[in-house]
Write a protein that binds this ligand. Sequence first.
Ligand SMILES: [Fe+2]
Ligand SMILES: [Fe+2]
Length: 301
Amino acid sequence: MYHDFNYEATLASSLRAQWQLDDVLREEQELDFTRNFMPESLARTAAVATLNPFEQRILNQISAHQYLGIFGVVEEFILPFLVDHARPHLLGDDWRVRAILNFASEEAKHIHLFKRFHEAFVRGFPVECAMIGPSEAIGAEVLRHDPLAVGLVILMIEWMTQAHYLGSIRDDGDLDPLFKSLMKNHWMEEAQHAKLDTLIVDALAEGRTEEQIDKAIDEFFEIGGFLDEGLKAQAGFNLDALEKAIGRKVENRDEIIAQQHQAARWTYIGSGMVHERFKATLESLSPRAAERIAEAAPVFA
Ligand SMILES: [Fe+2]
Ligand SMILES: [Fe+2]
């Protein structure tokens, strides 16, 4: 076995790590719009040389708006995936039932928290920022795939939040403390989710032939390609919002869209693809699966 995760121990650490919404952001709390919200390792907005520092910060905040929206969307498909996975086994192992339902309940809380941050963002930001969607349609497209492929996409997302948290604490300290706390608290619970999702993927892969695993990896790439298209469209929306907020058209629009799309690829796909734990799960499914995903990873770097 390449890991020692189990439902009982993971549930116990989940219950210890749990926080309440108000511990992270109270309903009336305001974000500090004089600061960046996203770590530069993810937003890459300081790298846009044609924007002045004020404009770079506006784009950084738009990138944080995207973060809230994208996590809102993905957690909205994680929730039904978990409920569907738990449903047939409700009379089985009690630790498993409780751990998975607790996992689902934490994701529902995260959806709630991301919405609360979104409301605070809208209160403080001068213009409206558009998001891809609707989230139900995105979720339905993802969930029509083989559950093993969906489970792998979710596992990649769970592990990537570690990279996000590390990015936010390594940052120079000029980040809005509430956003920093969002990254930290989210990761604290995601760390257990990643373990549980590893167990879910193990269960979904059990008894599959090499060929069936390979088909699931095809579907993993289909979902990844679909999400990537969404990120590309979102980069365009982000530039629209930037131009509205700074009151001028940027001259190298396409170049900035491509650069910001690449930043989003790393944030929402690549940083999970290269995570050691994610790679270990792929390796255990089939070395070929690990190889295929490793070959694709540089596109999302
Ligand atoms: Fe979450
Ligand atoms: Fe999660």
